[in-house]
Write a protein that binds this ligand. Structure first.
Ligand SMILES: *[C@@H]1O[C@H](CO)[C@@H](O)[C@H](O)[C@H]1NC(C)=O
Ligand SMILES: *[C@@H]1O[C@H](CO)[C@@H](O)[C@H](O)[C@H]1NC(C)=O
Ligand SMILES: *[C@@H]1O[C@H](CO)[C@@H](O)[C@H](O)[C@H]1NC(C)=O
Ligand SMILES: *[C@@H]1O[C@H](CO)[C@@H](O)[C@H](O)[C@H]1NC(C)=O
Length: 482
């Protein structure tokens, strides 16, 4: 759903997009597309019949392909502003064209222009949860079915990344409404600590140069050593093009800086060679191969110097002028509860969902990965620093357990769900990677990144991606005929 640190946030796309800290997601939209945009009168609290408050939820429509008796395709919005580019491009529209589908995209509550409350104070954020989001979908589908005469049709839900999980969960929790689901790169298993993320990063970095993770580790250890002495701060500020002079006054300052830098590499892996350009994303030409070629280039100097060259290459390709890596500023931005703050682009809301539902903390708590310095405790401290002293490892552990109790984690009991996953994408580690039954199906894409199957087709993509799209289309066609 893209690189995250809210600061780097860059914006985010509709569903599969992201930022960094808790990077799921993909990248932010830059494009300006005119697509029919509408508002739906939605309930604030689906779980309290005494609360009658309502708000306006944004959605988009593409009825170009609709045929009598055809299905309805509902794309589920996620942890960023909904990007209307997906109403004109993307593999789901090619399925829609062939199957005569009516297409809808519902923006997720609390993201983009779908703002249910006056602001994002903690007492309002309690209305932000995946369960409320699923109930939004159910109410939206029920009312729209009546209003537009769509109730006789079969509804198929789509989503990538967190919305991929929502798609699967909607099919599971509302089987009378959702006929089938395509849950791309869906991390359905919530975990507090997610060290496997960086283990997959390591494996993916090794695919072209087996020494790449090792060289990266040597470089990162040098960075940590340099960071130990104040006299190096000026040099580090210059090397990593920091927006303001590096200043370390606490462990969190130190850790935040390290994690911010590591996230540049994590993003390259997660979104390797994807097709982000069509929706306005930048830097698609910097791939695992490009950065590992640089890491192998002895003429650039020591591993640390090569690593600096890698980060600078990424900055240039993504047109970022500087890196904001100050924990104090990050916390200040994150605590801002207005809809106008920089963190309101999704960073604050998504962090809240990780602290209250999913965890997913991409720590360095495994030995089989190239970085060091950001343990689980660092992420727990962020929840506390931003949302208050009520948050702790035990509160987050309880919340994550509740999430898995409610949705079942990896134990999916359902039918007609497709789980595509790219195998170099670190998120596949929390997804469904083997077939559960004849119609709860895992489709693995060798060499592919996060949400690869959702993008428009393109000659440069790994072979497994068009193969996956054909399998998805075949299954949907078969299911819709029965
Ligand atoms: C729906 O998507 C198709 C395929 O990209 C596009 O040609 C058409 O303009 C879109 N229609 C609307 C109403 O956005
Ligand atoms: C990089 O590795 C992938 C996966 O093994 C392979 O498909 C690709 O051709 C390799 N590229 C190069 C330049 O070796
Ligand atoms: C990637 O493309 C940008 C232009 O969009 C260019 O400035 C940059 O040099 C390219 N980087 C690499 C590594 O190819
Ligand atoms: C699951 O079954 C489908 C056929 O329906 C097959 O194409 C796919 O490769 C299987 N997935 C795995 C992970 O074995």
């Amino acid at each position: 759903m893209a690189t995250m640190q809210l600061l780097l946030i860059i914006c985010l796309a509709a569903f599969c997009n992201g930022f960094t800290s808790v990077r799921l997601h993909r990248r932010p939209p830059d494009t300006d597309v005119s697509v029919a945009e509408r508002r739906f009168l939605q309930k604030l609290d689906h779980f309290n019949g005494a609360d009658t408050r309502v708000w306006h939820q944004r959605y988009f429509v593409n009825d170009t392909f609709v045929q009598p008796g055809g299905p309805v395709f509902l794309m589920i919005g996620g942890e960023g502003e909904a990007n209307p580019t997906w109403m004109q491009y993307g593999s789901w529209l090619t399925y829609a064209q062939k199957l005569g589908a009516f297409c809808l995209l519902l923006e997720h509550r609390f993201y983009g222009e779908s703002q249910p409350t006056l602001d994002m104070k903690l007492e309002n954020l309690r209305f932000l949860s995946s369960r409320q989001a699923l109930a939004d979908l159910a109410h939206f589908q029920t009312v729209l079915s009546q209003d537009l005469g769509l109730s006789g049709r079969k509804w198929v839900v789509f989503g990538g990344s967190y919305p991929g999980s929502l798609a699967a969960w909607y099919r599971m929790k509302y089987p009378h409404l959702a006929y089938a689901a395509v849950a791309s790169s869906a991390p359905v298993n919530a975990v507090v600590n997610f060290p496997e993320y960086l283990e997959v990063v390591q494996a993916s970095l090794a695919r072209n140069h087996s020494s790449c993770p090792k060289t990266m580790k040597v470089a990162f250890d040098s960075l940590i050593q340099l960071l130990a002495y104040k006299e190096n701060y000026e040099k580090l500020t210059e090397h990593f093009r920091l927006c303001v002079m590096l200043e370390i006054n606490s462990i969190m300052d130190n850790t935040f800086f390290l994690e911010t830098i590591a996230e540049f590499i994590m993003d390259i892996v997660q979104y390797n060679n994807d097709n982000r350009e069509f929706e306005g994303g930048k830097g698609g030409n910097v791939t695992i191969e490009v950065i590992c070629d640089l890491m192998a280039k002895e003429s650039l100097g020591a591993p640390y110097d090569r690593f600096v060259a890698v980060v600078q290459t990424i900055l240039e390709a993504t047109k970022q002028t500087c890196i904001s890596a100050e924990y104090k500023k990050f916390i200040m931005d994150m605590k801002d509860y207005s809809w106008k703050g920089i963190a309101s682009q999704g960073g604050k809301q998504w962090l809240y969902q990780t602290c209250t539902e999913f965890g997913f903390f991409q720590s360095t708590d495994s030995l089989s990965q190239p970085f060091s310095g950001f343990p689980l405790s660092y992420y727990v401290q962020q929840c506390k620093d931003i949302f208050g002293p009520g948050f702790s490892l035990s509160s987050i552990t309880d919340a994550v357990q509740q999430t898995n109790e409610y949705y079942g984690g990896l134990n999916i009991q359902s039918s007609r769900i497709i789980f595509p996953n790219g195998l170099i994408d670190p998120w596949h580690a929390l997804g469904i990677n083997s077939n559960i039954s004849y119609d709860v199906v895992a489709i693995q894409m060798q060499d592919a990144a996060h949400c690869a199957d959702m993008y428009p087709e393109r000659p440069e993509e790994p072979l497994a991606v068009p193969v996956a799209r054909r399998s998805i289309f075949t299954l949907l066609t078969k299911w819709l005929q029965s």
